[in-house]
Design a protein around this ligand. Structure first.
Ligand code: GDP
Ligand code: IMO
Ligand code: MG
Length: 428
């Protein structure tokens, strides 16, 4: 057994790209299992500053096989741009494998995403407008186009015809948007197929063959636990199962192959888009403004300001439960340097009832008022610390508190964006 799942333990942007890059050299394969170009994973290593949307963060390591699993959705325009960008950085994507079962984000999925958001008005989800919801809708409706369809122009054309037969009226009559012609779409996609077809494989077979040969796989989660379609703050979520279970359905590898689940969490909390966020702070002043500015909390995919708040131990405890976390990586500890005291949410008051895990009913979560404990901060620069013992005592105690409240060992502590700025406590 040698598959590990790496998963976002909060609302996304925890530093999954950084931690994936850090450990992927120890694996033979890195595989994305869900989501699409809504993800934005930063990797800062070997002089590269990368923002990856579709391609696994293991791509920086040339001996690691990068796989986009069947649970992902692929936007050909974004992935080709990414391949070109990586090539310009001197990184070769020739070995990239894309599942034939991954669905394709078609141009109308992006139009429909934007139009639906506009219709929601003040209740908008705040999506990345990358066509995620409409593409997964087509998948679940069994009307989607898959990467394997690009291998056969006649079949691709048939599918586009069938899809546009019902999507064009929706675009035109429901949203007053321009429609698509089958010919133009097929012509556009023929150019994408020419470049992408060599990457399309039977990925489930490939991954299982790798495991059978004793190779190891790292599953790189995108989005996060609280954005999961089933376990997150519905409807303010994405449209896939981002939690660890998604690694099984999104790859074709059985659950008994997985022996570790590493959750990634920031030492505070951020969220992009709408939805409940009990420990949220005002971005215009005080600690909220401090976290936004010191943590450079702007989205990698959309450039939006991220909402910022105190660390929420209830959320991490929930993530530990839903994902079966064996380890935690705590990132951005350096951002807290300079605060006199730090608050940690340990429970919610939901209409007079105390919750120490995330309430499953939306009305209760909407009403959740955080209950805090306050611990002393530190002022020393920690960005150069190489071991846990080098951290100031209050920073060490903060990590131990996170460990105690989640019941999960903190194996990594990140003190800066670079691959080198990471303390490995327990990971082997
Ligand atoms: P992901 O979506 O989970 O991969 O995270 P993002 O890349 O969207 O956002 C995390 C941001 O924090 C990126 O800009 C990273 O370079 C940066 N980052 C990661 N770890 C650390 C850390 O320990 N300290 C600091 N200061 N920045 C970090
Ligand atoms: P990474 O992998 C943070 C959020 C959007 C929106 C909601 C639905 O970089 O952590 P979607 O476009 O998926 O339909 O948007 O989910 N969201 C993310 N927030 N990080 C992400 O990915 C996200 N992917 C989607 O902001 O609130
Ligand atoms: Mg991100």
């Amino acid at each position: 057994m040698s598959a590990t799942v790496l998963v976002g333990a909060q609302w996304g942007d925890e530093g999954k790209g950084k931690i994936t890059d850090l450990i992927s050299g120890d694996f033979d394969v890195v595989c994305r299992y869900g989501g699409g170009a809504n993800a934005g994973h930063s990797v800062v290593a070997n002089g590269h500053h990368l923002a990856l949307h579709q391609i696994p963060s293991g791509i920086v390591h040339k001996d690691v096989l990068s796989v986009i699993g069947n649970g992902c959705i692929v936007d050909p325009t974004v992935i080709l741009e990414e391949i070109d960008h990586l090539k310009a950085e001197g990184l070769d994507c020739a070995g990239l494998r894309i599942s034939g079962n991954a669905h394709i984000v078609m141009p109308w999925h992006k139009d429909l995403d934007g139009a639906h958001e506009k219709n929601l008005g003040k209740n908008l989800i705040g999506t990345t407008k990358r066509g995620i919801g409409p593409c997964y809708m087509d998948k679940m409706n069994r009307t989607g186009l898959r990467m394997q369809d690009m291998l056969d122009p006649a079949r691709f054309r048939e599918k586009v015809e069938a899809s546009l037969a019902y999507q064009n009226p929706i675009l035109e009559k429901v949203y007053g948007l321009p429609t698509y012609s089958v010919d133009a779409v097929c012509e556009e996609f023929a150019a994408y197929a020419e470049r992408l077809n060599p990457h399309i494989v039977e990925s489930g077979k490939l991954l299982n063959e790798e495991l059978a040969q004793g190779k190891s796989i790292l599953f790189e989660g995108a989005q996060a636990t609280m954005l999961d379609i089933d376990h997150g703050t519905y409807p303010f979520v994405t449209s896939s199962n981002c939690t660890a279970g998604g690694a099984v359905t999104g790859s074709g590898v059985g659950p008994t192959n997985i022996d570790r689940v590493l959750g990634v969490a920031k030492a505070y909390l951020t969220r992009v888009g709408s939805g409940p966020f009990p420990t949220e702070l005002d971005l215009d002043e005080g600690v909220g403004k401090f976290l936004l500015e010191t943590g450079h909390e702007y989205g990698v995919t959309t450039g939006r300001k991220r909402r910022c708040g105190w660390y929420d131990a209830v959320v991490t405890k929930f993530a530990a439960q839903v994902n079966g976390l064996t380890d935690l990586a705590i990132t951005k500890l350096d951002v807290l340097t300079g605060l006199d005291t730090i608050k940690v949410c340990t429970a919610y008051d939901c209409d007079g009832v105390e919750y120490t895990t995330v309430p499953e009913h939306r009305a209760l979560f909407d009403a959740a008022k955080p209950k805090y404990i306050e611990v002393p901060g530190w002022t020393e620069d920690i960005t150069g610390c190489k071991s846990f013992d080098e951290l100031p005592k209050n920073a060490q105690d903060y990590i131990k508190l996170i460990e105690e409240l989640s019941g999960v060992k903190v194996s990594f502590v990140a003190v800066g964006p670079d691959r080198e700025q990471t303390i490995n406590r327990f990971w082997k």
